[in-house]
Ligand binder design. Sequence first.
Ligand code: AMP
Length: 398
Amino acid sequence: MKLNSIKDLNLESDSTVFLRCDFNVPLDEFGNITDDRRIRMALPTIKYLLDHKCKIVIGSHLGRPKGVDEKFSLKPVAKRLSNLLQMDIIMAKDVVGEDAKNKAANLKEGEILLLENLRFDARETKDDIEFARELSEYGKFYVNDAFGVSHRAHASVHAIANLYDKFHKAAGFLLLKEINFFYKLLNNPVRPFVAVVGGSKVSGKLQALINLLPKVDKMIVGGGMAFTFLKALGYNIGKSLVEEDLIDEAKNIMEKAKEMGVKFYLPVDIMVADKFSEDSIVRYVTFQEIPDNWMGLDIGPASVRLFGEVLWDAQTILWNGPMGVYEMDKFSRGTIKISHEIARSHGIKVVGGGDTADAVARAGDAEEMTFISTGGGASLELLEGKKLPGIEALEIKE
Ligand code: AMP
């Protein structure tokens, strides 16, 4: 796969660039940005384009609006971007309407115009070629730095990329970084390579588990999905989360792991609760002693010790999915402790998935990780071995 970096583009001062970013950031009920990592991660690309005195038009989506909806306006993003870059950001009132087009036409070199939410136009998610063509009029060059949406065949990431030749399209620095980390992980990891997989359901990560199995040396499975595996081994799991229809698949995965010599680890103790609530009564039990009518909502201290031992010699660690219902303090300890265990490893530590990135931040370990992906869905699809439409369209075919 060959992608241009923006360094390969022949940018001249006053070149127009349409830059697709992923500024889909979380907002609180007052419209304040609660985590601006996606904006900060796009700064190297934006600064490079500014240094080359480009006229930059940035497009992004935010949330899932159905038509124009002020609640999903990118205005808070413009404000934060302006603070981070210490410069004015010109905000358009629309996407390809009169206001945006006028402002784009009057843009001077080294200025940034931020379009309104791309999904205010229904044609964006339909991969509409006419909409893509209108967006392409904003830039002689097209740069995609929106890894988080590159698994979507949407107009601003897919249809548009096909409108540019190899001299005029490129991946931004963030997109390249994301791809390089996952490519190395999947194709040439430094060994031992340990995958730590958690989260709610086996179904959501089944394809990733199957694809990862032949590539890893050890696999740790925690979180809600562990109970389907424990049940497949014949243990009572009480009222814990289970996917009955995937029990055979879980058995298959464990058998394949054995055949391939991959060490497969499940929690050996569980924090069980009498109900799914912060004010529940909780107990630690071994995996063989989960009582009827109780549900497992976190891993216990013995599992943390065991997983810590497993991770001890790892040279590459991939973590995707929390070990318990980490959103509730009561059930967050297992996830926080595993975050610490991963953080103190000297290997390469890559974190994928929005929940996992959030848990790492709560644990205060973000600085210790080698790389935290900005795209949950996109990184999962890479782990599943899929080709991402946004990246395929950006590929340079000789
Ligand atoms: P996913 O989106 O599949 O990565 O799952 C993340 C979610 O899994 C988080 O919201 C956790 O609360 C949830 N989760 C983790 N462990 C459990 C568990 N033991 N029971 C129920 N939900 C869980």
